[in-house]
Design a protein around this ligand. Structure first.
Ligand SMILES: [Zn+2]
Length: 314
């Protein structure tokens, strides 16, 4: 069976994995992402992680059938260029070519990280078999990956920055009212902390041992499950924000699958059931919601590696 290498390049870590044709990860290797370096230096660091993952699988780089990489930023997947990445501090960096050179000329496919994760779910995870799917990852920000007609090209969507509230909360992008300023995990934590400040009697204080900085994406859901009125209100409002963003994406793209990823999806059906109810009411016509299955991501942190290997495979 042929073996591929998938690289998940993040702002903090480089992860590489050897993946077989059935999308099983055989071995992985990781290293910290070097900070403040130029493209060729970054590529050399990535190449080391690729080599290490291959070695663990008893392979050499020339024996790999292909290499793919997902990276943060505005990516041109055809040219293999990262046009701009604030995270990596790169502009017009020929990432695919740089990495290929470090790997003895082995061709490298490049994709945007959110798209690569959406692609992984569409070939080996929650949206397998769908023609058009959207993946919304709720993390520090919100990543949106869009897969059209099963293509690995996808679209470099910045759906996290569609405005859902005119003149609303400030966003890291410099604008106001963005989806991610309301529905990311970070936004949920902020909303929980604000509600706690206004409600010293809330059970939420007990759940974080009196330390407001210990609030995480799970805290408000735990409070809601325990019947705390403040937590119930926070989660209810959060679900509305999330549903607005998801409904907008469904109205525009009419996907047949909407995959929700990120730490908050550990809530499973407790997140999905109220989300589906809200989306059904918010979309243009409920048929839009009926033809789109809203599901939880299945691949977790493996999506980056599997999707990147999938780029090289298909
Ligand atoms: Zn924004």
């Amino acid at each position: 069976m042929k073996k591929y290498c998938g690289v998940d390049l993040g702002g903090t870590n480089i992860a590489a994995g050897i993946v077989d044709e059935e999308y099983h990860i055989l071995t992985t290797a990781t290293a910290p992402t070097p900070k403040g370096v130029d493209g060729p230096t970054l590529a050399a660091a990535i190449a080391q992680v690729v080599e290490e993952s291959a070695q663990k699988a008893g392979l050499t780089v020339p024996e790999l059938a292909g290499v793919g990489m997902g990276a943060p930023g505005y990516i041109d997947p055809v040219a293999g260029i990262n046009r701009f990445s604030g995270n990596l501090n790169l502009t017009n960096d020929p990432m695919a070519e740089n990495l290929s050179r470090c790997l003895g000329g082995k061709p490298v496919k490049l994709g945007n990280d959110a798209n690569v994760a959406a692609y992984a779910e569409s070939i080996a995870g929650a949206s397998r078999g769908s023609r058009r799917s959207v993946m919304v990852t709720l993390g520090t920000g919100i990543g949106v990956g869009i897969i059209i007609d099963g293509s690995d090209r996808g679209m470099a969507a910045e759906g996290g920055h569609m405005v859902i509230q005119y003149n609303g909360r400030p966003c890291t992008c410099g604008h106001r009212g963005c989806f991610e300023a309301y529905a990311s995990a970070t936004a949920l934590i902020t909303q929980t902390q604000e509600a706690m400040a206004a409600h010293p009697e809330s059970l939420l204080w007990k759940l974080c041992e009196g330390d407001i900085f210990k609030v995480n994406g799970k805290t408000p859901f735990d409070g809601r499950d325990a019947g705390d009125p403040t937590a119930i209100a926070v989660v209810d409002q959060y679900l509305n924000y999330l549903a607005f963003g998801v409904s907008n994406l469904i109205n525009i793209l009419e996907p047949d699958a909407m995959v929700i990823g990120g730490g908050i999806c550990a809530q499973g059906e407790k997140l999905l059931i109220p989300l589906r109810q809200r989306v059904r009411q918010m979309v243009y016509h409920h048929l839009f919601a009926d033809r789109c299955s809203i599901v939880i991501a299945q691949l977790g942190n493996s999506a980056g590696i599997i999707g990147a290997a999938g780029l090289a495979m298909n």
